[in-house]
Design a protein around this ligand. Structure first.
Ligand code: GDP
Ligand code: MG
Length: 437
């Protein structure tokens, strides 16, 4: 991953008191190569490394700071700048606000339409109306209806209609009558950019004059994502980008390239198939992710949403005092299960990507663990250090597992405790980088 490679190349800088053109050349080459590997396009990578070079040159490498760390911070901050620096909200000023969704087929438009409606409903107290504008495929209309039902949002369709312009206009009329303050118009996409698709969506744009046009793109498509973004932007002059499928292995390089090629902000990222798997785009966090550190802040935020605040505070205190026990662990497992797809979540934890390769994550992933914890007495759960050999034997028998499995869980628990303590006490980038192997 990128940060490992950077770390490695930074080793070259160790022992140098100043960053100079000579001693940084190899590092810059590595940064560029790493960016290219993360799907950043060539021009962007080149400009980027030149900026980093200018900023790095001549900086004093203080004794206290490792040059590597300093470079990581520099690269991190520059990545964030390249992605726009700050988050940019969508325009919801009008009533109703009209949001048009564009993108290729399979990019995730319909899913995003549902996710956005869900977010607007739950976090911004809006009452969105969804327009099923992919009129050619009955399955697409049905898909949006199912999502609408799931999140409790109204979906507007017209039986047998093949006219997305009329549908959009009628939808807006209905929204005004039905006190919907946002209208989200899903549209048809095709597998590649073509005239008919562009004409159609341009016509919808012209007819409804949207407050916000969001271009949805699959982040796993790498360089194609950039080209598609450019073509859509040339025709539609959209207002923002939605990067989908950022769960899994994608490193997010597309975010960098798209921002620098079309100069439009990325506003949301999709991180899973569920309706909750949508995050507001934060350049800082994406920079973390590109560097391979995982998107901790988003993870914590999502976890907290599902939490009762007080519980979270209580837990935080316990973690800080190292009093986190098996009962808390069990509660956490229940929380994680509630939060949705485990893989979506786990992919956001630094280093987890690698570990996950060997683990088959399904909803039963915690079964064994839960059984073991439930076989512990309250005293054992509260104070795991008292669990000796005979207790382990009893727990193993009670939970239908083996002593090895009990041992493994206790070890995992200890490790988790350490990581948690580190996350709550040392959330500074420098500290984290310092602790990376
Ligand atoms: P559309 O053709 O642009 O409307 O795309 P859909 O919304 O139908 O999505 C295509 C496929 O991608 C569906 O199977 C979705 O469940 C899936 N999908 C959409 N967004 C995400 C995402 O953020 N992560 C993952 N893993 N899958 C997604
Ligand atoms: Mg669709």
């Amino acid at each position: 991953n990128l940060s490992e490679r950077l770390e490695r190349s930074f080793k070259l800088l160790k022992g140098e008191s100043k960053i100079t053109e000579l001693n940084i050349a190899e590092t810059l080459k590595d940064i560029r190569r790493a960016l290219l590997d993360a799907d950043v396009n060539y021009k962007t990578a080149k400009t980027f490394t030149e900026t980093v070079k200018t900023k790095a040159m001549g900086q004093n490498v203080l004794n206290a700071v490792k040059p590597g760390e300093m470079m990581v911070k520099l690269v991190h901050d520059e990545l964030a700048v390249l992605m726009g620096g700050t988050s940019i909200d969508i325009n919801l000023d009008s009533n109703p606000s009209i949001i048009l969704i564009a993108g290729l087929q399979g990019s995730g438009k319909t899913t995003f339409t549902g996710k956005l409606a869900n977010l607007l409903k739950t976090k911004r107290s809006k009452n969105p109306l969804l327009v099923a504008g992919d009129v050619y495929r009955p399955a697409a209309i049905n898909q949006l209806q199912v999502l609408g039902e799931q999140i409790g949002a109204t979906v507007y369709t017209e039986e047998g209609s093949k006219d997305p312009v009329k549908l959009a206009k009628d939808g807006i009329k209905l929204a005004k009558k039905g006190a919907h303050d946002v209208v989200i118009i899903d549209t048809a996409g095709r597998l590649a950019v073509d005239e008919q698709m562009m004409n159609e969506i341009s016509a919808v744009k012209k007819a409804v004059n949207p407050d916000e046009i969001l271009f949805v793109v699959d982040s796993m498509t790498g360089q194609d994502a950039v080209n598609t973004a450019k073509e859509f932007n040339d025709r539609l002059d959209f207002d923002g980008v939605v990067l989908t499928k950022l769960d899994g292995d994608t490193r997010g390089g597309a975010a960098l390239s798209i921002r620098s090629v079309v100069d439009k902000p990325i506003k949301f990222v999709g991180t899973g198939e569920k309706m909750e798997a949508l995050d507001v785009f934060h350049p800082n966090r994406m920079a973390d992710r590109i560097l391979g550190m995982g998107d901790i802040v988003s993870l914590v935020e999502r976890a907290q949403e599902q939490y009762d605040e007080e519980e979270a505070r209580r837990l935080q205190k316990k973690i800080a005092k190292n009093q986190f026990n098996f009962d808390d662990f069990l509660k956490q497992i229940q929380q994680i299960k509630k939060m949705g797809n485990l893989k979506d979540l786990a992919a956001m934890i630094p280093g987890m990507g690698k570990m996950l390769k060997n683990i088959d994550f399904d909803d039963d992933a915690f079964k064994g663990i839960e059984a073991i914890i439930r076989s512990m007495t309250p005293a054992e759960r509260d104070q795991p250090s008292i669990i000796n050999g005979s207790r382990k034997k009893r727990i193993a028998a009670g939970s239908g597992t083996s002593i090895q499995e009990v041992n493994r869980l206790i070890k995992q628990f200890d490790d988790t405790r350490k990581v948690m303590k580190m996350m709550t006490t040392g959330n500074k980038m420098g500290k984290m980088m310092g602790k990376m192997p």
